[in-house]
Design a protein around this ligand. Structure first.
Ligand code: MRU
Length: 368
């Protein structure tokens, strides 16, 4: 992704200092573009938990670099125990997105076979970089497959604008590059296909209004931010041709956990015969889970996210204001599960399949 003509990923090692990981602090967007430096496991854990970095793919990549940073702090003799504990700490930061566990487990597997700290440090650095690169490559392929769906809709509409609704941010910022739900949109736009994106604002943290809109705007993709509750109305009036969302964990039978509110969009899409696609890299499948509603852990986040909102005051300063008085109880579920029966298709790096075991198995035979 280019910001002011400079190519950025969302996470990288500081050039010239492989002991420092650099990230874009997403809490500050779209008001400020700040690069933050992370020096150790503790800082990386806070960055994931407090959402300086966020989105399934990116927290997987961040966890990979977190394990590498943990190796730099570990002692010669005790490194296996220490790194194992670091993995446990990282896994607890965000429970719903499976990419985080997937990345930590890959490092733990590596750890098991290393005989010295030095060996683990070298290999862990290599693995962290590989996880970030793989993430970008998978998203790029998702883009190629999803593009065909948008192309077909554009043909059906005789070249008229294809209206795509998306929820939360499954964009470049949620991965190391390209995004999952946004990758087909960027490719379609770059190919000259007319697209327009309805961006759900996505309360309470407003990742749609703050991040997706910023990303799409930076890339020149026409878009409109809408309140979270507007999607059903737009669909009833023929203003949505397709819904594409990301996912934080998808079961082997195609149930998909994504940002809270996604399920309601899927219900409205079904009622209005609007195709509903979920875009995900294979690192977001939880091959061990089948029943998403019963099995996927749903993160509950701090009430502060509900009660306070951040924005720009008239004098240009950034401020947080309270919108729900303390006397009210609030609940802040981060995710919900869309059952497979509401999903038209899963767009993966290996192609598009239906949201059921048989169809997923055809693409990922080795996982069953
Ligand atoms: O809480 P977040 O912002 O980390 O939530 C994850 C998401 O961005 C969405 O659920 C997204 O659609 C998943 S795709 C990475």
């Amino acid at each position: 992704m280019k910001i002011n003509n400079q190519h950025f990923r969302t996470i990288w090692l500081k050039p010239g200092d492989s002991g420092i990981v650099q990230i874009i602090d997403q809490r500050k967007l779209p008001f400020e573009f700040i690069i933050e430096e992370l020096h150790n496991l503790g800082e990386m854990s806070v960055a994931i938990k407090d959402m300086h970095v966020r989105g399934a793919g990116l927290i997987g990549a961040a966890a990979g670099y977190g394990m590498y940073l943990a190796s730099l702090e570990a002692g010669d003799i005790t490194f296996k125990d220490e790194v194992f504990k670091s993995g446990k700490l990282l896994k607890a930061t965000r429970p719903t997105a499976v990419n985080l566990q997937w990345a930590v487990n890959r490092h733990l597997e590596l750890l098991r076979n290393c005989i010295s700290l030095e060996e683990f440090r070298d290999k862990s650095l290599h693995l962290a970089n590989a996880i970030a690169d793989e993430d970008a490559a998978m998203c790029r392929s998702i883009g190629d497959h999803g593009l065909k769906v948008i192309e077909n809709l554009s043909k059906k509409k005789l070249g008229e604008t294809v209206n795509i609704l998306t929820h939360c941010n499954a964009g470049w910022l949620a991965f190391t590059d390209y995004g999952s739900a946004t990758a087909p949109i960027y490719l379609a736009h770059d190919k000259g296909i007319k697209v327009h994106v309805w961006v759900d604002e996505t309360r309470p943290r407003n990742q749609g209004a703050r991040l997706t809109a910023w990303e799409l705007g930076s890339h020149g993709v026409p878009h409109t931010v809408i309140p979270d509750n507007a999607g059903g109305h737009l669909m009833q009036h023929g203003l949505v041709d397709i819904v594409i969302t990301g996912a934080d964990r998808v079961t082997n039978s195609g149930d998909a956990a994504n940002k809270i509110g996604t399920y309601l969009k899927a219900l409205a899409a079904k009622d209005n015969q609007v195709p509903f696609y979920v875009a995900l890299p294979s690192s977001t499948f939880d091959w061990a889970m089948t029943d998403g509603i019963r099995e996927i852990p749903i993160e509950q986040r701090d009430a502060h996210e509900m009660k306070f909102m951040e924005g720009v005051l008239q004098d240009g300063s950034i401020a947080e204001i309270q919108i729900i008085p303390d006397r009210h109880a609030v609940e802040n579920y981060g995710f919900d599960v869309t059952p497979a029966r509401l999903i038209t298709g899963l767009i993966t790096e290996r192609g598009i399949c239906q949201a059921n075991q048989e169809s997923i198995r055809k693409l990922f035979t080795e996982k069953y």
